[in-house]
Design a protein around this ligand. Structure first.
Ligand SMILES: Cc1cc2nc3c(=O)[nH]c(=O)nc-3n(C[C@H](O)[C@H](O)[C@H](O)COP(=O)(O)OP(=O)(O)OC[C@H]3O[C@@H](n4cnc5c(N)ncnc54)[C@H](O)[C@@H]3O)c2cc1C
Length: 430
């Protein structure tokens, strides 16, 4: 963004982009380097990164932190296996394979951001192949091309549900984090910089450019924030970062920026609840990732499985019962020794929001730069550090504004509630 003038103060009073008439009189104002909209994994990681680098930075969250994707995610810090099942480490595998080590250092508190308070669901993922020569070859190929190499588990090392699996089971150095505790960990370190706002309508953006015209770069001038209690604040950011996941397209629309290179992939994840053994890993079929299971606990200490993979994609728009039935069929094949008769089943729907220049499914973070607006999608939780690096590379150095602090009694945002705590209609496994 070196070519941007960033003369925000000088532009005040020019054309207001989106209507701000409904906003109350502004009580406070502040000029800062970067304002981030959206406090999921991407926004919070970037907030931490920029603050450490001396930027005056704030984050505004319209709902609860991580609602949308991060709190729904399975928390696997992927290392590229998915992209290397055919035995070659292509561009995508190369891009992601450094991530597990980077996260591991942060999770151990050895590297910034310090994530030593983030709970781990598992130190590693298992990977096993559904019978069939091709899928076993896929595993072999993966072991040749990954930097996080699968290691074959001895029978006594295997997790209980795979003890008698009729084939090799590998251990993969992909840690699994508890997304809620990750969000809380970062949020706790940045309380003065996180602002809860009154829904998307609590944010009004005014711009100095002619909105809706592709030939004029957008120059965001002011962002007016209103908190649930009615207080208001005007921020003049040198740069506005949109890290609002699925919300990015609505904000871009309001700014008159194109939304054609954005895609939404709906998913319907299956949840299983009960006295279940713990397992975290991927079952492979025909050299493709087929079923992914992660385990956690709910407030009553019941085991919760999140089940994703092909079932989540192929039943995305189907009734819940259809997704549950398909999930049960797949689980019976992938984990035949597990007894589900006492378990309960439910589903949740989520949308994966992604930027894509090609129309294909992206395999790395996507960042669009439009005037002084940056729009960011990490594509995967695991890729959030890479997203942050890309944005930092393009930013001007800090301008020397004083460190941002939320006005007194401005509410900070809370972390979103995981889906199994919100679901009330569970279906018995009988
Ligand atoms: C079911 C599922 C499972 C997944 N599993 C994995 C996995 O195991 N490993 C992995 O690497 N990736 C996984 N992913 C992908 C990963 O979760 C996402 O890539 C990542 O969490 C996206 O983070 P984000 O911060 O961009 O978006 P989000 O987490 O969606 O956060 C966006 C934030 O912006 C806020 N917001 C929205 N609109 C506005 C607005 N107008 N103003 C201000 N704030 C706003 C939202 O409330 C939210 O807090 C999974 C995704 C899904 C859906």
């Amino acid at each position: 963004m070196d070519d941007l003038p960033f003369q925000i103060e000088a532009l005040s009073g020019l054309t207001a982009g989106s209507p701000s008439l409904s906003m109350p009189v502004m009580a406070t104002s502040s000029t800062i380097d970067v304002l981030i909209l959206g406090g999921g994994a991407a926004g919070l990681w970037l907030l931490d990164d920029l603050h450490r680098r001396g930027y005056s930075v704030a984050l505004a969250e319209a709902s609860s932190l991580g609602s949308g994707q991060t709190i729904w995610s399975q928390g696997i810090i992927h290392g590229g296996l998915k992209y290397a099942l055919h035995g070659r480490a292509g561009g995508a595998a190369k891009a992601i394979r450094g991530m597990p080590l980077r996260w591991r250092r942060s999770l151990a508190g050895e590297h910034k951001p310090n994530l030593s308070r983030t709970r781990l669901r598992a130190e590693y993922c298992c990977i096993w192949a559904h019978t069939g020569i091709r899928s076993r070859l896929g595993l072999l190929g993966a072991s040749l091309s990954l930097s996080v190499k699968p290691r074959k588990l001895q029978e006594e090392e295997r997790p209980a549900p795979l003890k008698n699996w009729n084939g090799p089971v590998f251990r993969l150095g992909e840690q699994v984090i508890e997304p809620g505790s990750f969000l809380q960990d970062l949020a706790d370190q940045h309380v003065p910089r996180i602002l809860s706002v009154d829904g998307p309508q609590g944010i009004e953006i005014t711009s100095a450019s002619q909105l809706g015209r592709g030939d004029a770069p957008v120059e965001v001038q002011e962002v007016h924030l209103r908190c649930p209690g009615g207080k208001s604040l005007t921020i003049r950011p040198n740069c506005l970062v949109l890290a609002a996941g699925d919300g990015n397209s609505r904000i871009r629309n309001r700014l008159g920026l194109p939304v054609n290179h954005i895609q939404q992939r709906p998913l319907q994840m299956v949840m299983v609840r009960g006295k279940l053994p713990l397992i975290n890993g991927h079952c492979i079929r025909h050299a493709h990732p087929w079923l992914t299971v992660t385990s956690t606990f709910d407030h009553a200490d019941r085991t919760i499985w999140q089940v994703g993979g092909q079932v989540a994609e192929e039943t995305a728009n189907a009734p819940a019962i259809q997704a549950i039935n398909r999930g049960r069929e797949d689980l019976a094949i992938a984990l035949p020794d597990v007894d589900f008769s006492e378990a309960e089943f439910a589903t949740y729907r989520a949308i994966r929001a992604e930027g894509t220049a090609s129309g294909k499914r992206p395999d790395r973070p996507t960042v669009f730069f439009d005037g002084n607006v940056v729009t960011a999608w990490p594509t995967k939780l695991a890729l959030v550090p890479m997203l942050s690096d890309t944005i930092v590379e393009h930013l001007d150095p800090p301008a020397g504004h004083p460190e941002f602090e939320a006005p007194d009694q401005w509410p900070s945002a809370t972390v979103a509630i995981p889906p199994w705590e919100l679901e009330s209609s569970w279906i018995s496994g009988h």
